[in-house]
Design a protein around this ligand. Sequence first.
Ligand SMILES: CC(C)(COP(=O)(O)OP(=O)(O)OC[C@H]1O[C@@H](n2cnc3c(N)ncnc32)[C@H](O)[C@@H]1OP(=O)(O)O)[C@@H](O)C(=O)NCCC(=O)NCCS
Length: 210
Amino acid sequence: MNVNIYVADASHVAYADAICELVYKSALERGTGIAKRSPEYIAGKMISGRAVIALDNGELAGFAYIETWSHSKFVANSGLIVAHKYRGVGLSKRIKKKVFTLSRKLYPNAKIFSITTGLAVMKLNTQLGFKPVTFSELTDDKEFWKGCEGCVNFDVLKRNDYRMCLCTALLYDPAQKSNSKITPVLVSAGKSLIINPLIKINSIISIKSK
Ligand SMILES: CC(C)(COP(=O)(O)OP(=O)(O)OC[C@H]1O[C@@H](n2cnc3c(N)ncnc32)[C@H](O)[C@@H]1OP(=O)(O)O)[C@@H](O)C(=O)NCCC(=O)NCCS
């Protein structure tokens, strides 16, 4: 297994059908709905450089793409998929990291979000610095929420006037990141030095003054 991850381009359009099929099959297996996308839509994402593809010597291993909402104030990293035989070895982590980096590069001021019922995605986003929020913090772009129409829980969302549903919303806010009072600091753990991002400036000052 030798999987490489690329920012997709026009040369990857031939994979669009297989990606849609894999997404559809996986949604059936999970018993959830999906924001269904056509091969043409996926191809468009590739051509515009807003997708990431994982290939193992030409074989499709995984995929994810970027969508923008509310005039690019919000970005969603969507359609994460890993082919069955490549699951459980950390590939989605690599894909997520790549699509997150690409999103930050293309839209440095945008808030990045995702909504999910999946534990894997919750873990992946949390590791990248996303925080759980209520739906009120996400885009109010009607086109985004239209994507939920294919979900088995859509009636719940509608009944709650789009304010809450069964998905957890996770948000990365670049403005909050730069204002954060939390800063990485080197702390000693036995003989080695590790980075502990959870120690606040206050505690560093108090450590220094001891
Ligand atoms: C969900 C999916 C993308 C995970 O891909 P993967 O490459 O197998 O995941 P990884 O090996 O990178 O694991 C990432 C983390 O998620 C966890 N994880 C992976 N699959 C999981 C599952 N089914 N249930 C719970 N946790 C899971 C892993 O333990 C790992 O956690 P860690 O960081 O604590 O070790 C893949 O199973 C898939 O394509 N599923 C179908 C599509 C889907 O559900 N997409 C998400 C839509 S919201």
